[in-house]
Design a protein around this ligand. Structure first.
Ligand code: NAP
Length: 404
């Protein structure tokens, strides 16, 4: 019997009853929230499948603690384990400042080509929110993970390299860049855009969503963000013609009503979209966007439903998927058994769903929602909830297990 999850070229996930899954507890508060998460995921799987299924965790090193012990922040054996077992889960990782790779998180995304950062944002009743109607917020962000200004092609001001770029720009466009400028490059490709938008549309179809919105700043950056929008519409028309309709077509040909069985493809300029998610969140379902827009919008949407402590996320490619806490290592609380493990626990629920273990995923979400409704919550939620009891990270996990 194999213990390896398989992802087929068509994207189907085949999970054995006893898969091995690499896990990275991470740095700072990572070990605390990982312990809580493993407790909840194991309990949900045991309850859902009565011993017929179970996960075998393979704990692996990465991040700053690993660097201090081994001199490497992302050892090859950790990477190789993800390549072998296909699906992994990780706590927050700290990148040692000024040493080695720029960011362990970015390196993982690039080395494993995890091109879609997927962040579902849904309100859990009882969680403190700055919104008047937070229950209207139910969106899934698909953020492109491998392109845009994140490729790290930057040159410091007043260096010979920056000078060469300025000379080249002058030669090919006749334009001057101001002296003393730092310069960065923003590549966005048709290939990178279309595989991301394809994943977003597939997700919308599989989960019964009614729209996919392309979020871009194409009015200013025509050949990068503008092209993202155009390539997104082209992909929808070429590969999903029978299942999609554009917003323009809905109003021109269908009286403003999306035909049954189809999803609407629309686009919004990024700045206007930040207003839309605040003022008309119910009108949006799946959002697809380039890397930098996605970075900003993920945190903004997370804040609308209670902050990063409760926001799950995953980095998914064609061959591998890594589920993660979306917040950082919160080092001042390290080892105090204090912080909210909700982000990593809900990422674990996403992972169970990805593995097609839906019953277990549902138990995790139900248990967490009930623990919040019972007002047994960690300090970050307790300080904002009237009548709440502050509990430790591990106690919060125990309450989730008891209530699932
Ligand atoms: P952070 O670790 O996210 O923490 C900032 C603040 O957010 C905390 O002080 C705490 O606020 C709150 N917070 C974060 N996680 C929480 C949780 N689970 N429960 C409750 N509250 C939580 O951000 P940072 O201090 O800017 O970053 C620290 C390090 O994390 C950085 O050096 C960076 O390398 C790393 N990082 C890693 C990832 C990743 O692995 N994906 C992402 C971002 C940053 P209060 O003190 O107000 O309660």
């Amino acid at each position: 019997m194999t213990d390896t999850i398989q992802i087929t070229p068509a994207g189907a996930v085949i999970t054995p009853d006893r898969p091995t899954i690499p896990c990275f507890p991470g740095d700072g508060t990572g070990p605390d929230i990982w312990k809580a998460t493993a407790m909840v995921l194991d309990a949900a799987v045991a309850k859902a499948y009565q011993g017929k299924r179970a996960i075998s965790w393979l704990e692996l090193p990465a991040g700053e603690t690993c660097y201090l012990e081994t001199g490497e922040s992302l050892p090859e054996k950790s990477l190789e384990a993800i390549r072998t077992y296909k699906v992994a889960i990780k706590g927050p990782l700290q990148t040692p400042v000024g040493k080695g790779i720029r960011s362990v998180n970015v390196a993982l995304r690039l080395l494993l080509d995890l091109y879609a950062c997927v962040r579902p944002v849904r309100y859990i009743p009882g969680v403190p929110s700055p919104m008047k109607k937070p229950e209207d917020v139910d969106m899934v962000i698909f953020r492109e993970n491998t392109e845009d200004v994140y490729v790290g092609l930057e040159w410091e001001s007043d260096t010979p390299e920056a000078r060469q770029i300025m000379d080249l720009v002058k030669k090919i466009s006749g334009r001057d860049i101001r002296e003393g400028s730092g310069i960065g490059i923003k590549p966005i490709s048709k290939f990178g855009t279309q595989r991301l938008v394809r994943k977003a549309i597939q997700h919308a179809l599989q989960t019964g969503r009614d729209s996919v919105t392309l979020v871009h700043k194409g009015n200013i950056m025509k050949f990068t963000e503008g092209a993202f929008c155009r390539w997104g519409y082209e992909l929808a028309a070429e590969e999903f013609a029978d299942r999609t309709v554009t917003e323009a077509e809905v109003f021109e040909k269908h009286g403003g009503v999306t035909p049954a069985g189809k999803i609407m493809i629309k686009d919004r300029i990024a700045d206007a979209m930040f207003q839309q998610i605040l003022l008309r969140p119910a009108e949006y379902g799946v959002l697809a966007m380039p890397n930098l827009n996605g970075d900003y919008m993920s945190d903004s949407l997370a804040a609308m439903v209670g902050g990063l402590g409760m926001a799950p996320g995953a980095n998914i490619g064609d061959n591998y998927a890594v589920f993660e806490a979306t917040h950082g290592t919160a080092p001042k609380y390290a080892g105090l058994d204090k912080v909210n493990p909700g982000s990593l626990i809900l990422s674990g629920a996403m992972m169970l769903e990805f593995m097609e273990w839906r019953e277990a995923a549902e138990l995790v979400r139900t248990g967490l929602a009930k623990a919040v409704a019972a007002k047994d919550v960690t300090y970050d939620l307790a300080r904002q909830m009237e009548g709440a009891r502050e509990v430790a990270c591990s106690r919060f996990a125990e309450r989730i297990c008891a209530l699932m």
